[in-house]
Design a protein around this ligand. Structure first.
Ligand SMILES: [Cu+2]
Length: 160
């Protein structure tokens, strides 16, 4: 099935569930991708972060190598490091997924950086994100854009 028709079917299915019930998990080979989401961005922001938990249920290590999305011209895999009293983002070549490990991509830590956004990400929107793993291959997940309360770092404003 093509990505386009899969998303068409997904959009149709969404008509029948309440938005608050949205919390789709995905399985790809030995990997489970739990609750993929992105933070709403400010109106003029050109970058945003996407987050999820990736669980490796298998007995062999895997790695998240890259991500891509039609909402961003460029996508990188980032971590956040503390540099004095400044938090900075760094691109990483991959995120290691050890056997039986659960790796959380979250604000202030690992994230998928959506760069050169074509439009701001608005709470309630959804968009596809394609993840490429070394062993498990490629999977497209549906990202739900959410408002983020609290003081988690705003990835659109952080230094690189
Ligand atoms: Cu980043």
């Amino acid at each position: 099935m093509s990505t386009v028709s899969r998303y068409g079917a997904l959009a149709l299915a969404l008509l029948f569930i309440a938005p608050t019930a949205w919390a789709q998990d995905y399985t790809q080979g030995d990997l489970k991708i739990v609750r993929p989401w992105a933070r709403e961005t400010a109106r003029m922001a050109r970058a945003g972060g996407a987050f999820m938990t990736i669980e490796n249920t298998g007995g062999a290590p895997d790695r998240l190598l890259k991500a891509a999305s039609p909402v961003a011209a460029r996508t990188e895999v980032h971590t956040v490091i503390q540099d004095g009293d400044v938090m900075r983002m760094r691109e990483v070549p991959a995120i290691d997924l050890a056997p039986k490990a659960k790796v959380e991509l979250k604000p202030g830590g690992y994230h998928v950086m959506l760069m050169e956004l074509k439009a701001p990400l608005k709470a309630g929107d959804r968009f596809p994100l394609t993840l490429t793993f070394e062993k498990a291959g490629t999977i497209t997940v549906d990202i739900s854009v959410e408002k983020l309360s609290g003081t988690a770092p705003d990835h659109g404003k952080m230094k690189h």
